[in-house]
Write a protein that binds this ligand. Structure first.
Ligand SMILES: NCc1[nH]cc(CCC(=O)O)c1CC(=O)O
Length: 318
């Protein structure tokens, strides 16, 4: 096949993590369909979210900051699929687009990166923690109200370096990202990683899962993607995304949601918090994988009711 007519055209952001995910997707597609990897073209597309480094993404418009330009290229027919971190995907996609596949999920847990050993409990009194995630900021404050939690953006390597150099005492990262970048085994000098269990620190909706997006009317691509979809991850994501959809249209709610699938059973845990950790509401669901989305949505409605209008009004003003 010539370069002008590849088997498939894949669009991705250009970050190291995004590229690692694109390569994994290409590897799986090539193996599933018996084509050379070179026949799957990778187009790097710049997105606005990569240019915003000075403020929280929730303050910069929130939704779709990492996806819009890639989705536009797909709607214009320039690429066939987009590869995303599920965590960065809005719950409502632009009209005409869908998620035909989720790859087998990486580890969903968060990792505390610090110089002092012992995880959150080991951090010095009043220590500085940097994170860009409202969920991580709120959960840290909930367990350690004394810590000084502030905004920290930038790529994974920069954040690791800031901890190593002592600019901050700790940060939190997704173990999935560290593994995909091969960084978990080569952390900077003096820096330790402590895995935090998902039951103590509920991960972000979609954490660790790679999502493939395509056009609804693109039958060929949809059929090709079916071969790399992992149903257990797809079901877990259906529950988590339904939960998120029920609770947050703004991307400004500190929120965690995590589903696991064992055979035909699904377990879900979800939490919403005030940004300062002063208030939190959590719940769980157990049920059949066939009702994944309904379980997640129901958990979301429960928390919406329990938190009450005052909680959301306070968030809007936060
Ligand atoms: N928002 C950035 C982002 N999007 C996905 C990951 C990690 C990989 C994943 O969760 O799948 C990260 C970095 C992080 O949270 O440490």
């Amino acid at each position: 096949m010539t370069q002008s007519s590849p088997f498939l055209r894949l669009g991705t952001r250009g970050s190291a993590l995004a590229l690692a995910q694109a390569y994994e997707t290409r590897r799986r597609l090539a193996a599933a369909h018996g084509v050379p990897e070179d026949d799957i073209r990778i187009d790097i597309i710049k997105v606005i979210g990569d240019q915003i480094l000075d403020r929280a993404l929730s303050q910069a418009g929130g939704k779709g900051l990492f996806t819009k330009e890639i989705e536009d290229a797909m709607l214009a027919g320039q690429i066939d699929i987009a590869v995303h971190s599920s965590k960065d995907l809005p719950t409502v996609l632009p009209p005409g687009l869908m998620l035909p596949a989720f790859l087998p999920r990486e580890d969903v847990r968060d990792v505390l990166i610090s110089r002092a050993p012992g995880g959150l409990a080991g951090l010095p009194q009043g220590g500085k923690v940097g994170s860009a995630s409202l969920r991580r900021q709120a959960m840290v404050k909930r367990t350690r109200p004394d810590l000084d939690v502030s905004l920290l953006r930038g790529n994974v390597e920069t954040r690791l370096r800031k901890v190593g150099e002592g600019a901050i005492d700790a940060t939190l990262l997704a173990l999935a990202g560290l593994k995909r970048l091969g960084l978990i085994d080569r952390l900077p000098e003096g820096v330790t990683a402590t895995i935090i269990e998902a039951s103590d620190f509920i991960p972000a909706v979609g954490q660790g899962a790679i999502a493939i997006e395509c056009r609804e009317d693109d039958t060929r691509t949809r059929e090709l993607m079916a071969a790399i979809n992992e149903p257990a991850t797809e079901r877990a994501l259906a529950a988590e995304r339904a939960f998120l959809h029920e609770l947050d249209g703004s991307c400004r709610t500190p929120i965690g949601g995590h589903a696991t699938v064992t055979g035909d059973r699904l377990s879900f845990a979800g939490i919403i918090l005030m940004p300062d950790g002063s208030e939190a509401h959590d719940t769980t669901r157990e049920g059949s994988v066939t009702e994944a989305a309904a379980l997640g949505a129901d958990a979301g409605r429960e928390l919406r009711g329990r938190a009450g209008p005052a909680f959301f009004a306070a968030l809007a003003g936060a």
